[in-house]
Design a protein around this ligand. Structure first.
Ligand SMILES: [Zn+2]
Length: 134
C-alpha cells in the first residue's frame, strides 16, 4: 500500500487504525500481564458502529476490565477525553488522578498503573491473584 492508499483506507475504515494502537499498547507491561489482543479489524468495525464512535470527536478504545484481554465484550469506544479522567492518567503533576502515592509501596517514582498501585505493585497483585503466588 502506498501512503496515499493507506490514508484513503483509514478514512474509509476509521476503526482500523485503532488496531495499530492496541497492538502498540500490548507491549511491555501488558505483555508481562499477559494481556492479549483478540480483536480483528471486523470486530473493531462492529464496536465502532455499536458504540457510535463515528459521532465522537476523538474515539478511543477502552477496556472495561483493565485486567482483561482485548475482546469484544471487554471493549468499547469512548470519547478520548473520558479516558483522560481515568485514574491511571496523571493530572497536573499529581501522581495520579486519585492518589498521591502508591497505596502499596508508597513510592511515586514508578508510574501509576491502576487502583492506586504503581506498575510494579500492580503486577505483583495481578500475579498473586491470577497465579496464586504468595
Ligand atoms: Zn507500588
Amino acid at each position: 500500500m502506498t501512503k496515499e492508499e493507506r490514508i484513503r483506507y483509514h478514512k474509509k475504515n476509521p476503526w482500523s487504525k485503532h488496531l495499530v494502537g492496541i497492538l502498540n499498547r500490548c507491549g511491555k507491561i501488558r505483555s508481562y500481564l499477559k494481556i492479549k489482543n483478540f480483536l480483528h479489524t471486523k470486530d473493531l468495525k462492529y464496536l465502532w458502529f455499536r458504540d457510535k464512535a463515528y459521532l465522537m470527536e476523538r474515539p478511543s478504545i477502552h477496556r472495561l476490565d483493565s485486567f482483561g484481554h482485548y475482546i469484544i465484550k471487554n471493549c468499547k469506544f469512548i470519547e478520548f477525553s473520558e479516558h483522560c479522567t481515568h485514574p491511571k492518567n496523571r493530572l497536573n503533576g499529581k501522581w495520579s488522578y486519585e492518589y498521591d502515592k502508591c497505596v502499596s509501596c508508597g513510592k511515586t517514582d514508578r508510574e501509576h498503573y491502576a487502583f492506586g498501585l504503581c506498575a510494579k505493585c500492580y503486577c505483583r497483585e495481578w500475579r498473586r491473584i491470577n497465579l496464586k503466588e504468595e
